[in-house]
Design a binder for this molecule. Structure first.
Ligand SMILES: [Zn+2]
Length: 234
């Protein structure tokens, strides 16, 4: 094997080690954002429930006041009934009492309906707020675990990165750059073997000319199809 390719192969195994150490850590920010969005959604829904509850309660109270006002008016009209002097006025007052009572009964009916909806909204609000509290707890737990994971990996990652830096010394910069690009874009395999005449990265056949160059071990050979850096396997 070409000595530089041998170095790159060793570097690749270190890079794979780094990738496996950072894989779950790299996914943490997206996971955190997803959880925060979920919490926001639940908070919006809880606020919505609470507002509907408060509005129903307020409307019910306003209707209740209006019903009391009507009761007062009916009382006042009944008092007047005892003081009227002629039949026409008596009839008119009776008619007025009847009209006020009719409105009052409609308002009371509406008020009762609203009070029923207040009672049915109460558990909905409680459930929505409990869901927010539970999700908040889950998020806090997640953040604690994420922090602990980052902390526990920090040492190992720093150690492997230090090792990588030492190992990459002596590799020409442009070759290292090519390799880094391949590692990123070719699923963590920038250097791969040729087996039975086929590149094991993309499974395309390599040319006779490339086979000869690989056997000669004097140049770095790349796959004509996937550009991965090659070495002779079997
Ligand atoms: Zn290939």
């Amino acid at each position: 094997m070409h000595p530089l390719v041998k170095k790159l192969l060793e570097l690749q195994s270190v890079d794979q080690e780094i990738a496996s150490l950072t894989k779950d850590i790299d996914s943490l920010p997206a996971e955190e954002a997803r959880r925060r969005r979920r919490l926001d959604e639940l908070q919006r829904s809880a606020t919505d429930s609470r507002n509907r509850f408060l509005k129903a309660e307020l409307d019910a109270r306003a209707l209740d006041n209006a019903v009391r006002g009507s009761d007062d008016e009916i009382k006042r009209l009944n008092e007047r009934l005892g003081q009227v002097r002629n039949n026409a006025e008596y009839q008119a007052t009776l008619f007025q009492i009847e009209a006020v009572r009719k409105d009052r009964d409609v308002m009371q009916e509406e008020c009762l309906k609203l009070l029923e909806s207040v009672e049915s909204l109460r558990p909905e609000v409680a459930a929505a707020e409990a869901a927010v509290a539970a999700e908040q707890k889950v998020l806090e737990e997640f953040l604690r675990e994420a922090e602990a994971l980052r902390g526990s990996r920090a040492g190992a990652i720093a150690e492997v990165r230090g090792r990588r830096k030492a190992m990459s010394e002596g590799i020409p910069e442009d070759l290292l750059h090519d390799y880094d690009g391949l590692f990123k874009t070719r699923d963590g395999i920038g250097v791969c073997p040729v087996e039975n005449g086929y590149c094991q990265g993309c499974y395309n056949k390599i040319t006779m000319n490339d086979t000869a160059r690989l056997l000669g071990k004097s140049t770095v050979v790349k796959c004509g199809s996937c550009q991965r850096i090659l070495y002779m396997g079997k």
